[in-house]
Design a protein around this ligand. Structure first.
Ligand code: 2AM
Length: 165
């Protein structure tokens, strides 16, 4: 079994912007599990434990990726997990819909929660008393050319994400 998900890895200006927002969290004394630079990504579909990555690659091959322009927009939290949001992008939403449809057709299980594009910056964040996380999100974007199947393994010092295919 492998733990799998499909994502867009962050790079360039967008990655630098995400790291700079993390530094602002850190400067405010926020402790937690910060996403390392090499793990920064936007999840499109979370598959979880599945034995056949080749099946997933095949399903992905059937769905052309429309190059998309991503732009950061806003900062938010799901409980103690803090994330950066993205500007709405219909081309990306359409791709995610077709991708998930292809996974379903192929009998590949995935998390069916509504697609809510976000980049996780820090998990299990502990804010010091009176800390303010009113942090300005830099204007930053990136052009994404492809989605990548990733496997996720628990390493000694955190999660290790490895692209497949
Ligand atoms: P998160 O960033 O909001 O935690 C690898 O685990 C990636 O898949 C993470 O980006 C994680 O989202 C995302 N993901 C989506 N649904 C998930 C789920 N049900 N369980 C674990 N990770 C999930």
């Amino acid at each position: 079994m492998m733990r799998l998900f499909i994502a867009i890895p962050l790079d360039g200006e967008m990655l630098r912007a995400a790291l700079s927002v993390q530094r602002e969290f850190s400067r405010r004394g926020v402790r937690g599990n910060y996403t390392p630079a090499e793990n920064m990504h936007l999840t499109l579909a979370f598959i979880g434990e599945y034995p056949e990555p080749e099946d997933v690659l095949l399903a992905m091959d059937g769905v052309p990726f429309p190059p998309v322009a991503l732009k950061l927009r806003g900062l938010g939290a799901f409980g103690d997990l803090w994330w950066l949001g993205l500007e709405r992008c219909e081309a990306l939403e359409g791709y995610v819909r077709r991708l998930r449809h292809a996974l379903a057709e192929a009998g590949i299980p995935f998390d069916r929660k509504r697609f809510s594009p976000h980049i996780t910056l820090v998990r299990r964040a502990e804010l010091p008393a009176r800390a303010s996380v009113e942090i300005a999100v830099p204007e930053a974007g990136m052009r994404a050319e492809r989605a990548v199947l990733m496997r996720s393994d628990r390493g000694k010092a955190g999660m290790i994400y490895t692209p497949i295919g």
